[in-house]
Design a protein around this ligand. Structure first.
Ligand code: KG4
Ligand code: ZN
Length: 343
């Protein structure tokens, strides 16, 4: 790492946000540019990988230029370039990765590959005066692509503890939003409608593993919502959104089931594993009801909970630059043969 500098350029393109940021010493944010493709995917109710890759290709250069401009720095001021290398959509990851490699090679800068999930967890600690003091923690990463628990020993060392057997929680929000005729991304629109409904109106199922081990599953819940909309008859046609009676109750009861499962599994695991600190990260961590219920039940268990600010829950490059700096400071950097990995 260039000893003169502490500035890292972070680049994120793993899903449907093209993002770049400049961060000093792993926590001091100089710029944070996020170009969302949500409107391009909205008609399809989910991310279309081909569209995402093409859009990243169009946006990557202007987004990186804006991040440098806003930070008031140029490439020669950087001590390294951090880029999301996994997991994500391969075609999307490759755009950011190739761009980062070209910049690193042409400027003789160290390159570092960052794990997207580890970066989400790091984001939840970056706002603390001393991010490292929030480790070890039990981390719940809950986004459109992932729902998993990790024993986070340090920013660079996460040990998987449990994951979803099927859908991610954010994906379930997106699918239920689609069924209810709400806008994509589904999380914020379901959450908004849920404020008008009764969370106890419909007893949707909460997954629990038979052997009591921590874990998540949301496909049964999604199917339960679908069958509820069909009046309990699996073979009946799905009603058009305008014909659904009690839409707000469905939204509120669905959200309550997701929140209850996330909080129950996380605090159960914290108890079993002896963690007194929980960190919640990823796009679904924006959810107000999740924040309320987690805070309330964690306090009752004597567990401390940390959520990042909403802007740092969803995909961004601040978390990539921040964690990238930790890798570089520890002497880790990547070869130019660094490859993109979907998982
Ligand atoms: O972390 P993220 O930006 O991207 C992935 O890495 O997947 O998460 C996006 C997901 C989407 O599924 C979106 O519906 C969900 O986060 N989300 C929410 C809320 N805001 C975003 N889910 C529930 N409530 C919210 N307020
Ligand atoms: Zn993410």
């Amino acid at each position: 790492m260039n000893a003169a500098g502490q500035l890292v350029l972070g680049i994120e393109s793993s899903c449907d946000e093209t993002a770049a940021a400049v961060v000093r010493a792993g926590h001091d944010v100089l710029s944070n540019i996020v170009e969302s493709q949500a409107s391009e995917h909205a008609t399809y109710g989910g991310v279309v990988p081909e569209l995402a890759g093409r859009s990243h290709l169009r946006m990557i250069q202007p987004v990186v230029e804006r991040a440098l401009d806003e930070a008031g720095v140029d490439l020669d001021d950087l001590c390294g370039i951090a880029v999301t290398a996994r997991p994500g959509l391969v075609g999307s990851l490759l755009v950011g990765l190739c761009y980062a490699k070209s910049l690193a090679w042409t400027r003789g800068l160290p390159l570092v590959g960052v794990h997207h999930i580890e970066a989400h967890v790091y984001a939840a600690t970056m706002e603390a005066a001393q991010p490292l003091e929030l480790y070890p923690n039990l981390a719940l990463v809950v986004s459109g692509g992932h729902t998993a628990l990790y024993r986070a020993h340090s920013p660079r060392q996460l040990e998987p503890l449990a994951a979803t057997l099927d859908d991610a929680a954010g994906e379930a929000f997106d699918k239920v939003a689609w069924l209810l005729g709400l806008a994509y991304p589904g999380g914020p629109s379901v959450a908004a409608l849920a404020t008008e409904g009764n969370p106890g109106a419909i007893p949707f199922p909460r997954y629990r593993a038979k052997d009591g081990r921590p874990g998540f599953s949301f496909s049964g819940l999604k199917t339960a919502v679908l069958y509820h909309l069909r009046g309990g008859d699996a073979l009946a046609p799905t009603p058009a959104p305008a014909d659904i009676v009690g839409r707000a109750d469905v939204a509120a009861s669905f959200q309550e089931a997701v929140v209850d499962a996330l909080v129950g599994q996380t605090l159960g695991a914290a108890r079993a594993q002896g963690f007194q600190r929980v960190v919640v990260a990823g796009g679904v961590a924006c959810n107000t009801r999740l924040r309320e219920v987690m805070a309330e039940r964690a306090a009752a268990d004597g567990v401390e909970v940390h959520f990042p600010s909403p802007a740092w829950c969803t995909d961004n490059a601040v978390m990539i630059a921040g964690l990238g700096w930790q890798h570089l400071a520890a002497g880790d950097s990547a070869e130019l043969s660094l490859d993109a990995l979907a998982r």
